[in-house]
Design a protein around this ligand. Sequence first.
Ligand code: IFM
Length: 557
Amino acid sequence: YLLLKAITEEAGKAIAVAQEITFPTLETQPEFILLNDQGLLIRQYHLFVTPEEPLILEVFGATYNENDVAEPAKAAATAISTAKTVGFEALFQDHCRIWDELWQQADVVIEGDEEAQLALRYSIYHLLSIAPRHSDQVSIPARGLSGQTYKGAVFWDTEMFMLPFYMRTLPKVARNLLLYRVHTLPGALEKAQSYGFQGAFYAWESQEGGFDATSDYNVTDVFTKRPMRTYFKDKQIHISGDIAYAIGEYVKCTGDYSLILAGGAEVIFQCAAFYASYSYYKPNKERYEFVDVIGPDEYHERVYNNAYTNKIASETLKLALNLWSELEDEYSEFLEILLGKTGLEGQRSIWQELVSKLYLQEPDQNGLIEQFDGYFQLEDTTVADVRSRLLDSKEYWGGAYGVAADTQIIKQADVILMLQLFGEEYPLEFLQKNWEYYEPRTEHGSSLSACLYALVACRFGNQEWAYPFFMKTATVDLSGKSKQYAGTIYIGGTHPAANGGAWMTAVLGFAGLKETGEVTATPRLPEKWQSVTFKTHYQGKRYQVKVSQEKVEISNL
Ligand code: IFM
């Protein structure tokens, strides 16, 4: 076999890859020549093949790294010799059994729409392939395992767009993903401290240890070829709230309170403490505000009072306060130790004061929520118009001088994300009004955008508006229509957040799955769908849900 041993450049970690190719139909195994083409190892065979005697190759491969085993090379070599002893056929059967089990948990069957079925299964396949089943020390990068885009780092994509799938299909994976945030809390504490804040400011692009991989210059200007200062790392403070919110959702859905005791409580408390130290009190307005932030729409940097950010911060504070009371009642000793260890004893009244006086945007006289202070005063134009101003197709739309920066054109769902998460609080016609305002002003330059428009359209009962956004999301990697460049930087690859978004739209949107003490569903199927069937976990139990145009069948498995 071939055994390749390598050491990663920065962290100096050992990785080993072993590979063996056998030819079961040949009596004598052929020799190969190993070529090294600029670092690419090529195994070259010279064989004679005829149509009558097809050549069968069996390829065995094993990859290990030092995070998982002490001696990766030894483990890879052992795996190859075990595999050869077990044999290809038995291994293949095992492989099929494992995949069958996964599909048993996660498949969603659509009747009446083959194209949607294929795209949705494609999305689910990716989510299953990249799930960290074996470890709670890693999470899922924004481009899955498809390449090195975004430095292989983990974004809010995982908690906000993928976790809803995992917590209902593979809850153990959801737990692993959240434990990654527990383990990386030290990085978040250090980041907050480096800016002079308290608590946990999670990495925008999280890498090992929770340290931020985002560079200060995340985009390269296409004209000058100079790096452009961007503030994603410094100002996208909603990341901490996204993580706290995800922990809350996981506990509600799975009933697994052990995560709270295994570090979840500390994460939520530290995120609340971060918001307390980031907020400003405006005496003339008698309210707290979050100034100088970036919301989900990254084209508008350093804005004041992004509606989504203020709301997710408020929800984090409420979560922390409820948790405080719960722990006081049920786990008082644990709470005491936690507060002692973190030095957060005095925070309760601070959070109470902040949550009661935090500015949350109310709808204006037209029923619209302003994305951030002054957004409605920006130039009101169209996406096509802004696109026509580009001098280069790869030009960056955001940042200080981008073509969209002084207009109302946004990169991705922002207010609409807030309405998807907290839509219950608003009347349906209000959701529709905001959708109709923001959608034409959204470039959908992020693969995270379309599914949110699909989900909110389902909420106000217009599944036909939702459908094209669902298909856009579900086919993002099949159509190849995703954005490939931010400035001169390549950002292509697979899009697991969109995969999660496709699943959410089918299950939470079209099938209207809801868990409020019990599992319910409200059909909002696109016209051509006869039914959609899936399995879901809720509070330790498993259910099969079949939703057709007029009927809902839910059975306990
Ligand atoms: O997390 C997203 C962000 O919201 C938009 N830019 C790409 C990131 C990774 O998918």
